[in-house]
Ligand binder design. Structure first.
Ligand SMILES: NC(=O)C1=CN([C@@H]2O[C@H](COP(=O)(O)OP(=O)(O)OC[C@H]3O[C@@H](n4cnc5c(N)ncnc54)[C@H](O)[C@@H]3O)[C@@H](O)[C@H]2O)C=CC1
Ligand SMILES: C[N+](C)(C)CCCC(=O)O
Length: 564
């Protein structure tokens, strides 16, 4: 933990462990994080004042970590307003319909979220517009410093944010910490790019020339899903803000809590008040945002049907959109793979966040020669996954998001059995011994055998911990079947043959492909889909394209030769 004696020193570690396993950042298998560990960045000016203050008040850090420690499962209730506008938490000006927010681990209501109406949405957009005027005039380096400071505060509050995320989403604290690490890395990455965003200069005849300017779009809207609430907000806001935009963000009404924390951190880091606002609510609030005439861009993460509606609304205002939608991705395991890695890869591809991951490789194609040995090993390992209280250190699978979703996933398993699939393990409800968890939304991770391509469990996105195993005989067959889907978000291949690996991923119609691993999230790599999985990219340099526009300036150095 941070030493209170000299926290401004770049040699001090904020937190020694990257992913909760005590690994030093650079070894983290999820993020391939920043090495050698998470050092404090001494560059950000606003931060220095803050850090010096904390030098003299070391107890601030103690209080913070105590707060995080005292948030046990089944104890948290949130009373603060969940909208954020003009640099402060506020109650919405209108709307006000209240939705209950659950703690998936216990089924308790942790708060009620008030859905924002048209007036509140407009106030948030106007607040963003005002801040945009200031922020868009700052240099990339100035914006970079503020983003770095925000990244630093997130690292400092990692435990608190991860705990909140676990309580509201149900995923294990182990994973939530990784999500938070990927989040601050995303901010650092775009902070790094902000200073180098530039156009080009092009020579024209006679000493004339042209140049391009990369300019922000204006007020961008972010609409998020519930599976990675904090991380999705960072994946959208970091590139948007680095490019000089302002943002109004609407999280899923199931997970409204953590993004408000991000908004507070942005203000604390020195962003102009109103640069990042949060409105809460469901479809109606989302529609007010999408139709708002002062919104310049919509970045959406969610389901395909909602994505279509977003695109229709955006079309009416000629607004660019980024759509990060669902998937049913293939993972192809060849018989020449390193078996243990392939088994680990299949678990990574299916069971993170209770299987509620858009890019999961849920169609696991296994070369028939190794079908039995692979399946046996996958089942053995799946049965060992520790389910239960997500705030316990050794839990690896928590609770699904809510009762209707759990029922839906159960429905898919029932239908799979009716269609002839064999449940090789799990798929049933899990009832923890701990009485406080009795009403939580738990199920055992499921492996389905005897699957065929026409089964619903193989065709539709389940968004739960359900892996379908499908045997294949030849590479051509595997590729053809892998591509026979409306989706195209991700895909993976396990083989020791490097030529085969590159050949297969080149043939996959998917935006995010993995060779000999799965579901890593280095923020340097662009992420996004083909086909019905959407378009536009998050992360990497590519995202800059989607949060900026190019202005061309043509400069005449001679006289005007008029045609007239
Ligand atoms: N490709 C990706 O990066 C990801 C995709 N997803 C996909 O998201 C889905 C699960 O997330 P959900 O939150 O259930 O999706 P959803 O589509 O129901 O909701 C997503 C967001 O859109 C809002 N929304 C719903 N109707 C709207 C409307 N008519 N206008 C404007 N906003 C509206 C919701 O309130 C929520 O904030 C899965 O299909 C999954 O594959 C989830 C995470 C990542
Ligand atoms: C972080 N990762 C790669 C496991 C999932 C990211 C996409 C999503 O939001 O579902």
């Amino acid at each position: 933990k941070l030493s209170p004696l000299s926290p401004a020193s770049p040699n001090n570690y904020l937190d020694q462990s990257c992913c909760g396993r005590g690994c030093p950042g650079d070894h983290c298998f999820f993020s391939r994080g920043v090495s050698p560990a998470h050092r404090i960045h001494p560059t950000a000016q606003p931060m220095l004042a803050r850090t010096r203050l904390s030098t003299f008040i070391p107890s601030l850090f103690v209080i913070r970590s105590r707060l995080a420690m005292s948030s046990a499962t089944g104890t948290v209730t949130i009373h603060q307003p969940l909208n954020y506008r003009a640099g402060a938490r506020v109650h919405p000006a209108d709307g006000g319909q209240a939705e209950e927010v659950y703690e998936p681990a216990t089924g308790r209501v942790i708060c009620k979220v008030l859905c924002s109406g048209e007036k509140e949405v407009d106030l948030a957009v106007q607040s963003a517009k005002a801040a945009f005027k200031i922020w868009s005039q700052m240099s990339g380096m100035e914006r970079s410093r503020v983003l770095l400071e925000a990244a630093r505060i997130i690292r400092e509050q990692r435990e608190e944010i991860a705990t909140m995320e676990t309580i509201n989403n149900g995923k294990s604290i182990f994973e939530a910490r990784v999500d938070i690490d990927i989040s601050w890395q995303c901010l650092e990455y775009y902070a790094g790019l902000a200073g180098s965003l530039a156009g080009e200069c092009i020579q024209l005849p006679g000493g004339s020339f042209g140049y391009t300017r990369r300019e922000p779009l204006g007020v961008c809207v972010g609409i998020g899903a519930w599976n990675y609430p904090f991380q999705i907000a960072c994946w959208k806001s970091a590139p948007a803000l680095a490019c000089g935009n302002a943002m109004v963000f609407k999280p899923s009404p199931f997970t409204p809590v953590s993004v408000v924390k991000l908004a507070e951190i942005f203000t604390e880091a020195g962003m102009p008040k109103g640069l990042f606002n949060v409105v809460q609510g469901g479809a109606a609030t989302g529609q007010f945002l999408c139709h708002h005439p002062d919104v310049a861009k919509i970045s959406f993460t969610g389901s395909v049907p909602t994505g279509m509606k977003i695109m229709e609304m955006a079309a009416k205002g000629i607004k660019p959109v980024t759509l990060e939608l669902g998937g049913k991705s293939p993972l192809i395991i060849f018989s020449d793979c390193a078996l243990e890695n392939a088994v680990n890869g299949a678990l990574m591809a299916n069971f993170l966040t209770q299987g509620e991951v858009c890019c999961n490789g849920t169609r696991v194609f296994v070369e028939r020669k190794i079908l039995d040995v692979f399946t046996k090993e996958v089942v053995k390992r799946t049965q060992k996954i520790k389910i239960g209280d997500p705030l316990l250190e050794d839990t690896r699978m928590g609770a699904l998001i809510n009762r209707p979703h759990l029922d839906r996933v159960q429905g898919f398993i029932k239908q799979a059995k009716e269609q002839g699939a064999e449940v090789l393990c799990g798929g049933d409800l899990y009832v923890p011994d701990d009485p406080k968890l009795k009403n939580g939304y738990y199920m055992r991770p499921c492996v389905l055998g005897n699957c065929t391509d026409d089964m619903t469990c193989v065709k539709e996105e389940i968004f739960g911990p359900v892996m379908s195993i499908l045997p294949f005989d030849t590479e051509e067959e595997a590729v053809e079947r892998a591509n026979a889907t409306k989706f195209g978000l991700a895909g993976g291949v396990f083989t020791r043959d490097i030529q085969k690996a590159h050949r297969v991923v080149a043939a996959l119609k998917a935006g995010m492909c993995f060779i000999n691993n799965y579901n890593l999230s280095p923020v340097e790599l662009p992420f996004g889909g083909y086909k019905a999985s959407g378009f536009g990219r998050e992360n990497g340099r590519a995202a800059i394209e989607y949060y900026s526009q190019l202005k061309t300036v043509c400069v005449e150095m001679g006289d005007v030769e008029s045609v007239f």
